[in-house]
Design a binder for this molecule. Structure first.
Ligand SMILES: [Cu+2]
Length: 124
């Protein structure tokens, strides 16, 4: 009787730990899945040799020069660059973005640093 009860307990415990091991396996798979999902993003950001970080700023358009491909913006602080508010000139990546840039217009931009230049990649 006592032996049987012990055997039963061991069986129950091993079944339990087997179930635990299986659920561990599932959570490991989840982590792998996440890594796979992150990989394309890493690839994208390493495309332009240096690490490209997208910064965000909001401000008012002060000047637009579509010929030079630049926009001058009085923008608010940019936390990701430790920038205070200032007026400065950005390059504009895509000529299409000039449709959204007009003097005195309030805009939210995404921009990246490319070599020594700051380039607007998105305008909202
Ligand atoms: Cu600035």
């Amino acid at each position: 009787m006592k032996l049987t009860a012990t055997a039963f307990l061991i069986l129950t415990l091993s079944a339990y730990s087997l179930a635990m091991a299986q659920s561990d396996g599932v959570s490991n798979m989840d982590v792998k899945d996440m890594n796979v999902k992150n990989m394309p993003m890493e690839k994208m950001s390493s495309d332009s040799s240096a690490k490209t970080i997208t910064h965000k700023a909001t401000g008012t358009v002060k000047a637009v020069d579509a010929m030079k491909g630049t926009v001058t913006l009085a923008h608010g602080p940019v936390k990701t660059l430790n920038w205070p508010a200032m007026t400065m000139t950005f390059f504009v990546k895509d000529k299409m973005l000039f449709d959204k840039l007009a003097v005195d217009k309030k805009v939210s931009i995404d921009f990246t640093k490319q070599d020594k230049d700051y380039v607007v990649t998105s305008v909202k």
